[in-house]
Design a protein around this ligand. Structure first.
Ligand code: TYD
Length: 218
């Protein structure tokens, strides 16, 4: 079985840049890295992603939203993630199941136990060995996103139109999950520069990689 690392964080936390940097470093030391993302990562998942992101779908219920993320995940786990892990590869995923616990569970306030139970079924026991959580205050994340939109980088999607309270609950949810499972979660201060964040991730990942031992090595 290979190595599975997921990246989590609020919008604007810099996950996409950091995941690319880590992929490069791991490839340089011999890992067969597969980089993927949620929602999406498969042809079916990408179609589901467009429904989820479409700003015209403002009437989407929290339950429908959760089930669509779950459908995209069910496909990604079986079609892409699990086969690569079974080949002994390394998977880096830009968001995974913890995003649903944070956004649909804590954020939308769906029943947490139920969200967790469905998610266990959807992921078929595939759990990241390590989850890198890029933490930053909600206001900073939103300001970064606004700046990116102003510079015409990235398009506003349905999830960008939530009240501040929603993102606060999401962040609290992430911090709560990280506290509950410190052996899996690496909390990184994402207010640092991109280079510092990259370095912190690499340094903090080393002991975890060693601890995982041979089973998690290429
Ligand atoms: P994306 O454009 O990928 O944003 P980001 O770069 O911040 O990851 O959009 C993904 C959005 O979907 C993001 O706002 C978080 C949300 N999301 C959920 O609400 N639940 C989920 O299970 C997942 C995977 C994402």
């Amino acid at each position: 079985m290979g190595l599975f690392i997921s990246f989590e964080g609020l919008d604007g936390s810099g996950k996409t840049t950091q995941i690319a940097g880590l992929a490069q470093r791991l490839r340089a030391v011999g890992h067969d890295v597969l980089l993927t993302r949620e929602p999406g990562g498969t042809a079916i998942g990408d179609q589901i992603r467009s429904i989820l992101h479409d700003v015209r779908n403002a009437e989407m219920t929290a339950l429908a939203e959760f089930l669509l993320y779950s459908a995209s995940r069910a496909q990604l786990v079986r079609q892409v993630i699990r086969p690569h892990l079974e080949r002994g590869g390394t998977v880096l995923c830009d968001r995974f199941a913890d995003s649903s616990i944070a956004y649909q569970g804590y954020g939308r306030q769906l029943d947490l136990d139920w969200v967790r139970a469905v998610t266990r079924f959807v992921t078929a026991g595939v759990v990241p060995h390590c989850t890198i959580y890029l933490d930053l205050p909600v206001e900073i994340g939103l300001a970064r996103k606004q700046a990116a939109f102003a510079a015409q980088q990235g398009e506003r999607n349905r999830l960008d139109l939530q009240p501040l309270e929603f993102y606060r609950r999401v962040r609290d949810g992430y911090l709560c999950m990280a506290r509950a499972e410190p052996q899996r979660w690496l909390v990184i201060d994402a207010t640092q520069s991109a280079e510092q964040v990259q370095q912190s991730i690499w340094e903090r990942l080393q002991p975890m990689l060693l601890e995982m031992g041979e089973a998690a090595r290429p």
